[in-house]
Design a protein around this ligand. Structure first.
Ligand code: PFF
Length: 447
């Protein structure tokens, strides 16, 4: 018996699910610290440019594949180009998915720990305690490992419920909640003394801080934050009904993702400047700097609880999308039930998460290629695998798929933006692949 494929029930559901995937640590944690390290507003401008010129056509390409093939990240390529090797891209996505979830679940676990600690007030009792708290927690080794395991199982339980009842419903409830918390925190930050300085830093471009490496950072960030080069957008868009206006849907997604990252900056920088800290504090920004700041604010425990709840929501909705990408592959490739299909990926992810949680503590040395396991998974996925998969995917759409098929998908069979199609196709065939290739080659020090 042929299994019925899942489908999102409404356009709002599609938007919430894809925005849920896109909005994650990338926006609330990685984006502000990249801005901090790379000259504030100058990085922002670069980031916006890359999002529009490279991010949008890439996301469109994945959408075109998913919407046309209506299959998982491997099956879609097989359907569109049978008897070729292009489906190999899908396998890269699956490996990337495991790598990302391997470290993402650990950070997901940290948000749970900090959420509970903030609710009880433990995270914000004093500045000294807040800064020690993270170190003590990470080094307790098995505790963060166990909590990240809890995170993985929660994600699996949601994905198990299926596309409409599990994924769509969870995102429809959680994402508006995330937006409300974010805006509330931003309003609070704007009332702080350092608000003006923080905003100036975020929006005033300092072009002298831009180097070639800044381009690489910005490109990597765009891939990561939009969940592209991962097969996730292929998978989610395969559950989208055909009649929706694709470009409009994408623009809403990309704008929301960017606006949320900006608001996260508005939450963080005024607070950082008010308390005289350095804006480029690295990844510990969320788990050390912010709790320290919250400890000095009135209502700090409440603000901290809201912040970590928001971070948890951002994390879980992104993690769901990755596990769904892998599960959809398992279900369709091996023709098994969702229940059976989810077991194997969950075990692998749980193992990777435990290893990377342990690798963060001083007690265990778990290293690959000179990096601790956690950093290795991060670097492997964000720096290499996602970029390679993204490049191959766009080449596939630009050069291997029929022009008419791509056109029909983009315009919903001639209904929308037919005039724009030649321009989009030009971007997909020439501009974006070239830009990615140049950036990749220079990253490898070849040019
Ligand atoms: N977009 C997520 C973030 O910004 O945190 C991370 C992510 C989710 C990357 C899903 C890749 C992915 F497939």
């Amino acid at each position: 018996m042929k299994q019925q494929r899942g489908q999102f029930g409404s356009h709002l559901g599609v938007l919430m699910a894809i925005i849920g995937s896109a909005v994650g640590f990338g926006n609330i944690w990685r984006f502000p610290y990249l801005v901090g390290e790379n000259g504030g507003g100058a990085f922002l401008l670069l980031y916006l440019g890359i999002t529009l010129v490279i991010g949008l056509p890439l996301m469109l390409s994945e959408f075109i594949i998913g919407k046309t093939a209506k299959s998982n990240c491997v099956g879609s390529f097989k359907k569109l180009k049978p008897k070729s090797k292009w489906h190999f891209i899908g396998y890269i996505s699956i490996i990337t998915g495991f790598a990302i979830l391997g470290f993402y679940s650990v950070i997901g676990g940290w948000t749970i720990f900090f959420l509970v600690d903030s609710i009880t007030g433990a995270a914000t009792t004093s500045t000294e305690l807040s800064s020690q708290n993270f170190d003590t927690f990470i080094n307790s080794a098995w505790k963060p490992a166990a909590i990240s395991l809890g995170f993985v199982l929660t994600v699996a339980a949601i994905v198990l419920r299926g596309v409409e009842k599990g994924i769509e419903k969870t995102n429809k409830i959680l994402m508006p909640f995330l937006a409300i918390i974010l805006v509330a925190l931003a309003i609070n930050s704007l009332t702080l003394d350092g608000a003006k300085q923080g905003l100036t830093f975020l929006f005033n471009p300092d072009f002298s801080a831009i180097t070639f490496n800044t381009f690489l950072d910005a490109l990597g960030q765009v891939f990561f934050t939009l969940s592209i080069g991962m097969g996730v957008i292929i998978t989610y868009s395969s559950y989208v009904k055909n009649e929706y206006n694709m470009l409009k849907t994408q623009l809403i997604i990309i704008t929301s993702d960017t606006v949320i990252a900006l608001i996260a900056g508005i939450v963080i920088f005024p607070a950082v400047f008010t308390f005289g800290l350095n804006p480029s504090e690295g990844p510990t920004l969320a788990f050390v700097v912010l709790p320290t700041l919250f400890a000095q604010m009135s209502g700090g425990a409440i603000l901290a609880s809201l912040f970590f709840l928001m971070l948890f929501i951002a994390a879980i909705t992104s993690a769901i999308s990755i596990l769904e990408m892998i599960t959809a592959f398992m279900v369709e490739q091996y023709k098994i039930s969702r229940r059976k299909a989810i077991i194997f990926p969950t075990i692998i992810i749980a193992t990777l998460a435990v290893l990377s949680a342990l690798s963060q503590s001083d007690k265990y040395t778990i290293e690959v290629m000179g990096l601790n396991f956690f950093d290795f998974l991060d670097a492997l996925s964000a720096n290499y695998l996602m970029t390679i998969a993204a490049l191959l995917t766009i080449v596939f759409v630009g050069w291997k798929m029929d022009k008419s098929t791509v056109r029909n998908a983009f315009t919903s069979n001639g209904k929308y933006y037919t005039m724009l199609f030649p321009f989009i196709r030009f971007m997909i065939r020439y501009v974006v692949p070239l830009a990615i290739a140049v950036i990749m080659l220079s990253k490898l020090n070849i040019i």
